[in-house]
Structures are given as C-alpha cells and as structure tokens.
Design a protein around this ligand. Structure first.
Ligand code: 13P
Length: 255
C-alpha cells in the first residue's frame, strides 16, 4: 500500500447540531478503523466545536470548508487558520469550486488561503476542476494544472508535502453525473506526473481525491484506479448509511 485512501465528507451548508451528533455517532459506531483508510469530515464552521468534542480520541479527522488568507484583524465574518488549529482541526478545504464560482475566489486567493493553512500546520485540501464548457473545449488539463501551478509557482513544489489535492470536475458536482473511473484516472495521472516532474517523492506521497457525485455504487470502481486515493463526498456524506457504505467500499479496494 503506497498511500492511504481518504474518505472525506464535505457537508457544505447543510446540517444542524442534531444531525451532526447523529451522523458523527453513526460514523464512530460503524467505521472499523484500519491502516488503509483515513476518514475526514468537513462540517459547517459553527459545528466545529461540537465535532471536535464528538471526535475526541477517535481516528477520524476533521476540518473547515474554507479559511481566511489573513492571520487576524478587521475581517468581519472570516475565520483564520490559527483559529481552526485552535479548534483542533487537522485540515481545511481550499478553492472548492463553489467558493471559486459563487464567491469569486481567484487562483491567487486560493494560493494565499493554501499558504495560510500550511503556516498553521493544517493539511490543505486543494480543490481543482474544470467546468463542462472547459471540458468540451478540451482544456481540462490546462485548467486543472493551472490551478495547481498557481500554488507552486509562487511557493515551490515542497508546499505539496502534507497537502491533498481533490479533483472535482464542476460538471459532476451535485449533478448525479460522475466522471467515468478511466476519465478521472486520466486527470489524476496527469496531476501526479506534473508534480513528479518537479519532485518525484512528493508526487508519490500526494493523495489525490476524486469528488463529484461519488455514491456507494460507484465508489469502489473509482477508488480502485491507480492514482485515485479516495473521495471528497458531498451529498452522500450527509446520509450515514451512504457515507459508511462508501468507506466500506474503500476498505475493500486492493491496490
Ligand atoms: P457531490 O458529492 O454532492 O456531487 O459534491 C461533491 C463535492 O463538491 C464535494 O466537495
């Protein structure tokens, strides 16, 4: 086994205290911790304290869905990496496509958030992905590798040590359309090759997750691909039965 499979649940703006308690309770009760998998939860920020409490002492990690690029000060509504770290977060999502499209986060903004997370010792999960239009224009790799280049051109490839990349084709998010395993693998392989050309060791250890309509019935085929190291799961992470079934699928993958 080269890399652990990471099964990450991005709750987006969904849930309640009650739902968090039930869902996390189910995950803790039924996830059979093993050396092959790492489970990671991204609840809304207001539930991080509760999540930290519920997960205390467990093998399940958690983090926030975004982070400020600033360290502190007059940024009403924002949350710093320092605060996330203080709450016990191990990780944070940066550059999710919904942040990029709805909140106009540019590659430069995402790079700054990525670095803010790194500086606090959080594991950034850098989300990248092309729109349907970009795929049709056959510029998928330009877009995806460009999103990664924006981070490493400025800061060097070493920043991808202790980081995660999540490839989430925008056309597959919340649509029920999933990239075919081979289609996703192609992009994952290109990402790993791009990083390997700069540093082979970092590329070898870099977890690259797939996201976009991952469900219990397609997870195993996706996770079985050589360069797919798990999933970033939206809708199906809100139902404990589905999320646990996806974790189980990951545990059955042999590679
Ligand atoms: P869905 O699994 O609902 O398609 O969402 C994917 C996603 O955006 C996870 O970050």
């Amino acid at each position: 086994m080269l890399r652990k499979l990471i099964i990450a649940g991005n709750w987006k703006m969904n849930g309640s205290r009650q739902m968090a308690e039930a869902l996390i309770g189910d995950v803790l009760a039924h996830y059979k911790v093993d050396a092959k998998t790492q489970v990671l939860l991204f609840p809304p920020a207001v539930y991080l304290a509760q999540t930290a409490q519920l997960l205390e002492g467990s093998a399940v990690h958690f983090g926030a869905q975004t982070v400020s690029e600033h360290t502190s000060g007059a940024y009403t509504g924002e949350i710093s990496a320092d605060m996330l770290q203080d709450m016990g977060c191990q990780s944070v999502l940066v550059g999710h496509s919904e942040r990029r499209s709805l909140y106009k986060e540019s590659n430069e903004d995402v790079a700054a958030k990525f670095m803010a997370a790194k500086q606090q010792g959080l594991v950034p999960v850098l989300c990248v992905g092309e729109s349907l239009e970009q795929r049709e224009q056959k510029i998928t790799l330009d877009v995806v590798l460009g999103q990664i280049a924006a981070i490493i051109e400025e800061n060097g490839v070493n920043v991808l040590e202790n980081a995660v990349i999540a490839y989430e084709p925008v056309w597959a998010i919340g649509t029920g359309l999933t990239a075919l395993p081979e289609q996703a693998q192609q992009v994952h392989q290109a990402i790993r090759q791009y990083v390997a050309d700069l540093n082979e060791e970092i590329a070898k250890n870099l977890p690259i997750l797939y996201g976009g309509s991952v469900k219990p019935d397609n997870a195993k085929q996706l996770f079985a691909m050589a360069d797919i190291d798990g999933g970033l799961i939206g809708g199906a992470s809100l139902k404990s039965a589905d999320f646990l079934a996806i974790i189980e699928q990951a545990q059955q993958v042999e590679k």
